[in-house]
Write a protein that binds this ligand. Structure first.
Ligand SMILES: [Mn+2]
Length: 339
């Protein structure tokens, strides 16, 4: 839950600011896009005279709050410029080049605050989605609502919570969802927009599922190369969505997706139980205990990575067998989610 004191600090900074630039992480997901646009529509409704921009890649063709091409190359920003970043844990991942030139910066995020890069860092890592935090801020600060703001923020909550299934989903999540519903969200419509898929994507999943391999210990791995996706006219998000075909399968304890994209080997690691972040750290990555990301240097490293994950399963299972007769609450799994 966001403290009133923290919300007031944000409100004071916003009152003094013009323009306000809202930035998010590279390759935005719906929580990043939803938080950024949700916040932009709320601020525009509440402070109609302020200039508000959303920078970086977008998930849709929405042209609102576009900064124009000149903006990012601008040498001097007015001293009243405020940058608000959403859903972005590390500065390295921020989809905005002008950070160093920003006179005022605020970070609003729900990941562990390992990189407090802004002048003010409003972080709640108990929140399932950054969008949930924006809804709470709007409630505390009594911002004006529009149906667009409500729809964008609901998409962030719905996707980061895995449709209200992931570990950190709680009463606050449902309260935020109920609140945006009263502000104009049509649950059915949003669900159809996000989850009704096209045949091309399902055929891609089918192809990917057949390419997946599973180790004896239960590590599923899927390596997707340009030769796999080039002829299919898929964007990065669509390619990466193949990660989800490996989830929710009893025999698969850890699942790994490696995508070769623009000369990078991007790795996504997921599990229901095992601390995959500890392995991700070995491979230029990190993240949550059950959902982490990494980068590989060569394709040969996939074997090493899978071996490390096999060992992680064996070690964790041996450890839990040893401690089985002294039951204790697993605090770790409560602290970390899969957002
Ligand atoms: Mn998020």
């Amino acid at each position: 839950m966001i403290e009133k004191k923290a919300a007031k600090i944000l409100a004071r900074a916003i009152k003094k600011a013009d323009p306000i630039i809202i930035a998010k992480h590279q390759h935005p997901d719906w929580d990043a896009d939803g938080s950024a646009f949700g916040l932009a529509y709320l601020l525009k409704a509440s402070y109609p005279r302020k200039k508000i921009y959303v920078v970086g890649d977008r998930l849709t063709k929405n042209k609102d709050f576009e900064p124009g091409t000149a903006w990012e190359s601008k040498q001097v920003y007015p001293s009243t410029t405020l940058l608000i970043t959403v859903d972005t844990a590390n500065l390295e991942r921020l989809d905005f080049k002008g950070f160093a030139d920003m006179p005022h910066t605020i970070k609003i995020d729900h990941h562990p605050d390992t990189d407090p890069y802004a002048q003010y860092n409003l972080v709640d890592d108990s929140a399932i989605a950054c969008a949930q935090m924006i809804v709470q801020l709007a409630q505390i600060l009594k911002w004006k609502w529009t149906p667009e703001a409500a729809n964008y923020l609901y998409k962030g909550i719905l996707t980061d919570s895995g449709r209200f299934l992931h570990a950190k989903t709680n009463a606050e999540t449902f309260e935020a969802a109920a609140f945006v519903n009263k502000k104009g969200v049509n649950f059915q419509k949003v669900n159809d927009e996000l989850y009704v898929d096209c045949l091309k994507n399902r055929q891609w999943w089918n192809y990917a599922f057949n390419k997946m391999t599973i180790s004896q210990q239960g590590v599923a791995s899927l390596v997707l190369l340009p030769s796999d996706y080039e002829d299919r006219k898929l964007n990065y998000e669509q390619i990466k969505s193949a990660l989800s075909i490996m989830s929710g399968i009893e025999e698969i304890k850890i699942w790994v997706l490696v995508v070769e994209w623009k000369n990078d080997l991007k790795v996504s690691l997921r599990s229901r139980k095992y601390d995959v972040a500890s392995i991700a750290q070995k491979y230029h990555g990190g993240g949550h205990k059950l959902a982490a990301g990494a980068k590989l240097e060569t394709l040969e490293n996939v074997t090493t990575l899978v071996n490390d994950l096999n060992s992680l399963i064996v070690q964790t299972d041996t450890q839990s067998k040893k401690t089985i007769h002294q039951p204790q609450e697993n605090k770790e799994s409560k602290k970390h989610g899969t957002s």
